[in-house]
Design a protein around this ligand. Structure first.
Ligand code: PHE
Length: 354
């Protein structure tokens, strides 16, 4: 038996020395260690040898088996290391002392403000919705109670596409109809209130200056249920703005006209710089105009499939249109709106906090 093992070991080592890839190694392993392998043949030969030698021979075979297994494992590691080395050597040379060609990216300040607001609204049970930038004339205007030739359209002149009556949305209110239609059935069937915010990029035909741009961001919000009143609107706005600014804010409502709300308001907050005494950042008025809002107009609720002519006040709701771009300007002290869109990485990569 000893001779058989010596002979087999030599054969095994010769073959192992010639193996250069993992597939061949596996073939060799099977030819020695599988159920039909050469070591198994050796075991069969055990039965032929005299009883008193069996124990020793059995131990010899077992030791040999372990040795073979170990040699396989070593060879496997050796092949893997060689493959890795080859890979490293074949890739282009790399100098770890080189400065990065592109510094690590950072979030756009408007993205930061948007995400922060989304978190706040989500914690108050709002759904976050997305909506396209190209919309129909119906969604942008008619469905929010701005019929063709209504003078309110003058304030929201935008970019029109040549096809199919489409345009770049001039306000996020363009998604109101879709939101009401999406969540209306759940409101009516199971009484789940509609609570949604939908941030988005908006476009207007503006003469660009430090505080006007043709592209800016808003975040629209709606809440619809039975018995929603202006108190609910004030509560949500106050809570949300206190979170955004990290301290208690005082709000006030002034009348404001928007065809899709009735009554409509301009919501102001007491200037956080001067506490209402008057300073340059609030134009000495003590108040900052922050967010137009109001109770959703009955026509809008009707066109959104929420109420019917029989009971136009069955459900009521509020809507608001937060200027995300304005908020970002206030929060980060950005004085020129053009900073947000002109792609100056030096300016934009300074806002890394979440
Ligand atoms: N869509 C209006 C605008 O962009 C803002 C607004 C939204 C006003 C919701 C009231 C309610 O001017």
């Amino acid at each position: 038996m000893k001779e058989r093992i010596v002979e087999l070991r030599k054969r095994f080592e010769d073959q192992l020395g010639n193996v250069a890839d993992p597939e061949k190694l596996e073939e060799l392993r099977l030819s020695f260690l599988s159920k039909k392998g050469q070591l198994q043949d050796l075991m069969k030969e055990l039965s032929k040898i005299p009883n008193e030698q069996k124990k020793e021979a059995g131990q010899l075979i077992n030791t040999f088996k372990q040795e073979v297994q170990q040699r396989f494992d070593e060879k496997k590691e050796e092949l893997a290391a060689a493959a890795e080395k080859l890979l490293i050597e074949s890739t282009e040379s790399y100098d770890e002392s080189m400065p990065a060609a592109f510094p690590c990216g950072s979030y756009h300040p408007i993205t930061l403000v948007q995400r922060e607001l989304e978190d706040i609204f989500e914690s108050m049970g709002f759904d976050i919705e997305d909506y396209s930038e190209i919309v129909s004339d119906y969604d942008c205007f008619e469905a929010v109670n701005i019929p063709k030739f209504h003078p309110a359209r003058d304030m929201q002149d935008t970019y029109y596409l040549t096809s199919k009556n489409q345009l770049l949305k001039s306000h996020t209110s363009a998604a109101q109809n879709a939101i009401l239609r999406k969540y209306g059935p759940a409101l009516k069937e199971s009484g789940r209130p509609i609570r949604a915010v939908f941030p988005g990029r908006c476009f207007r035909n503006e003469a660009v200056d430090a505080s006007h741009d043709n592209t800016f961001f808003q975040m629209e919000g709606v809440m619809v249920d039975k018995d929603i009143s202006i108190s609910n609107l004030i509560y949500f706005m106050k809570t949300m703005l206190s979170e955004v600014f990290g301290r208690e804010v005082t709000v006030r409502l002034r009348p404001g006209f928007f065809p899709f709300v009735e009554p409509g308001f301009e919501l102001d907050i007491k200037c956080l710089n001067c506490g209402g005494k008057g300073c340059p950042s609030c134009g000495n008025s003590g108040w900052l105009e922050l967010c137009p809002c109001g109770m959703i107009h009955p026509n809008v609720l009707k066109m959104g499939g929420i109420n019917t002519d029989e009971d136009p006040f069955e459900y009521t709701g509020f809507a608001f249109g937060l200027g995300l771009t304005r908020l970002a300007m206030m929060k980060y002290g950005v004085r020129d709106i053009r900073v947000f869109n002109d792609g100056d990485l030096g300016a934009l990569s300074q806002f890394i906090s979440a």
